[in-house]
Structure formats: C-alpha cells, structure tokens
Design a protein around this ligand. Structure first.
Ligand code: DC
Length: 222
C-alpha cells in the first residue's frame, strides 16, 4: 500500500488556503480537511442553541454533545450539511473566543488527527504544521498582503450576493489575525520547516501549481 502522507497548509485568514488546499487535494486524488470549518461548526451550534461564544462553560457543554463529522468534502452537524451555514458573518465575528479555549482546541486537534491520518490528506488551518501534524511530510504557510486578502474576500462574498466594503473587510481580517496569533494554545504561527508562499501576486492556478510541483517532485523521488 502506498505510504500515507499529510500536507499542512496554514496561514492567516483569506490567504487562499481553503481554495488552494481543495484544488491540491483534488489534483492528487486525496482527502481534503478544512479544520476552520470544524471550529465554525461548533460556534454555529453554540449560537443556534442561543448560547454565548464567550461563555466557556456553555461552549464546553455544547462540545460535550457535539455531533461533528467531515464527509464528502463538507462539515456535518448532527447529520446536517452545514457547509453554507458556517460561512454566516455572525459565525465569523464571534469565533475568536471559541477558538482560544484550550479544551476546544484539544478536542478538535484529536478529531483532526483521527480524520487526517486514516488516509493521505491535505489539511488547512492555523496550527496544522505546528500542532495537529508537526511531522507532516509537507508544510506550507500561505501569506498575502492585507489589501489583497480583503479584495479576495470581497469577491467571494459578492459571489454570494453580499456587498461589504474593503475597509470593513480589512479591519475584520486584521482583528481575526491578531486574535489567531495572540492565543496561547495553537496560535497562528509558521512552523520552522514550513515553506512560505506569498500569494499576493499569484493566481490561484500559480499557487496551486507551486505546491503540486513540490509535492509531486518529492513523491516521485520516494
Ligand atoms: O479558515 P477559517 O477562516 O474558516 O477559520 C475560521 C476560524 O477558525 C479562524 O478565525 C481561526 C480558527 N481556526 C483555528 O483556530 N485553528 C484552525 N486549525 C483552523 C481555524
């Protein structure tokens, strides 16, 4: 049986991780796991139950009953595909405290390791190369200028019929990056052995191509 491997793709919000990771996985014919979607699903569950994302005891009570799954390239909450619902802005703006809770992170990391090690997988997130799979065979850290990331997020939202100003998006992204980088458990940080890829001036095809080239070169050698 061919050896299983993990490809970790980390980086700040809207740096193109998810789209790139999905395309890379598709090209290689391996599993894709969106770890941010899992934190989003828990936050969505807390909000749906009328809880507050700041209330640690309430969040942990939700976590204890959480029926979270990843199948068919999407995230499931109690048997329901919530891939769309988790992108709601209410979820985006209230995720910070949930993602910083050590017990939440330990639970998520455990599930991500189980899902990501049963077959070769591309995982995107903030702490994949540092915490979830520190021994991943491939590690990339995607970055892009704030203005470019805001522009990409604006296009994505426009595709869903939502008009949000660049200024608003830039300040939201800045706030999220700061909260992701500042938490003490699993902060956003480049692993020392990760390859940094600045995608500001790259097209999606180019950034996907760079990753695929490197992975295929190394897999071809073994
Ligand atoms: O990638 P995303 O924007 O969908 O991630 C949603 C949030 O989840 C983001 O604010 C950071 C957090 N996250 C995390 O803390 N650890 C991960 N491995 C992935 C995402």
């Amino acid at each position: 049986m061919p050896e299983r491997y993990q490809i970790a793709i980390d980086g700040p919000a809207a740096s193109g991780k998810s789209t790139t990771a999905r395309l890379v996985a598709g090209e290689l014919g391996i599993q894709y796991l969106d770890t941010g979607a899992m934190y989003r699903a828990l936050t969505l569950d807390v909000l749906r139950r009328g809880g507050s994302p700041q209330d640690e005891a309430g969040v942990l009570a939700c976590l204890a009953q959480l029926e979270l799954d990843w199948r068919a390239d999407t995230v499931w909450l109690a048997g329901q595909d919530v891939g769309e619902a988790i992108r709601d802005n209410r979820v985006s703006v209230s995720m910070g405290p949930v993602c910083a809770m050590p017990a939440v992170r330990a639970w998520m990391v455990d599930l991500q390791r189980r899902l990501g090690s049963r077959e070769s997988t591309v995982l995107d997130g903030r702490d994949i190369g540092t915490v979830v799979f520190p021994a991943a065979r491939f590690k990339f850290f995607l970055v892009a200028d704030l203005a470019e990331r805001a522009r990409r997020r604006q296009l994505e939202l426009a595709g869903r019929g939502l008009a949000v100003s660049l200024e608003e998006l830039m300040s939201e992204l800045e706030r999220r990056d700061a909260s992701d980088a500042a938490r003490s458990t699993g902060p956003l940080r480049q692993a020392p052995d990760a390859e940094r890829l600045d995608t500001t001036l790259l097209s999606l095809e180019e950034q996907t191509g760079r990753i695929l080239e490197r992975v295929r070169r190394e897999l071809g050698r073994s």
